[in-house]
Design a protein. Structure first.
Length: 239
């Protein structure tokens, strides 16, 4: 991904300059993860472009994971999962050596902490994104597509905490999920019946979060992760 990609379709030179500036500054770390960006009005004036153009630039960066936005709080620098590969070689080796079993153990400890923050901080747009992931996952035609939207849903949950630590943890988790061992286990363990059950569990989790019921959401999320863990390492028999 380069800064040119984000500039495609932007008509004004100011919008293109803004797109390039934000992408390069965040990617390089000169704007660190978690730092709040200037308001739309300030960016509009600084780069001599319209507020609408600023919003389009920010939307493109948000969709790629380079920023997060929270209604009433502002826009913050972030880092997509695949950008973490620019880290040190030792980080890459560590992730390569993380097994699916270790990943599931960590997810069971960490992800159930998220509902308490989600019910406190999630916005209407956060829930809209969750529902988008639910629908697209349910309409996925391949295991790979289903796994993608499953990952996107869990990423949406992390975003809804509005806590950058969880965003980074989920980014690392998704990097491990992109490795071959996880993909093989998921393909071998996923049956139509299990997929249907995962989809049901996803909807139960999101419904509890929308009700601002942290305990029910936490219990549903734990049950979901335990079921995934069991299914990954228990081959389907007679399903």
């Amino acid at each position: 991904m380069t800064s040119d990609v984000f500039a495609i379709g932007l008509r004004s030179a100011g919008a293109q300059a803004l797109s390039t500036y934000l992408y390069e500054e965040i990617r390089s770390g000169r704007i660190p993860v978690g730092v709040k960006l200037p308001a739309e009005r300030e960016l509009s004036e600084r780069f001599s472009t319209s507020r609408g153009s600023v919003r389009r630039v920010l939307a493109a960066l948000r969709d790629e994971g380079w920023i997060t936005q929270a209604v009433g709080s502002g826009t913050f620098a972030a880092r997509p999962a695949n950008a973490l590969s620019t880290g040190s070689d030792s980080d890459g080796i560590l992730l390569d050596q993380t097994s699916p079993a270790e990943l599931m153990e960590a997810r069971l400890l960490i992800e159930p902490l998220m509902p308490a923050l989600i019910v406190r901080h999630a916005t209407r747009s956060d829930f809209a994104r969750m529902h988008e992931c639910l629908v697209k996952g349910e309409h996925a035609q391949t295991v790979e597509d289903f796994e993608h939207w499953d990952g996107e849903l869990h990423k949406a949950l992390a975003h809804a905490t509005h806590n950058h630590f969880f965003l980074q943890v989920l980014a690392l988790s998704n990097r491990v999920r992109q490795q071959g061992d996880w993909g093989r286990l998921k393909r071998n363990s996923l049956t139509p019946q299990r997929r249907t059950e995962y989809e049901r569990q996803h909807r139960v989790i999101v419904a509890a979060l929308e009700d601002r019921d942290a305990e029910s959401a936490r219990a549903a999320l734990i049950a979901h992760l335990v079921q995934i863990q069991k299914n990954l390492f228990d081959p389907p028999v007679g399903e």
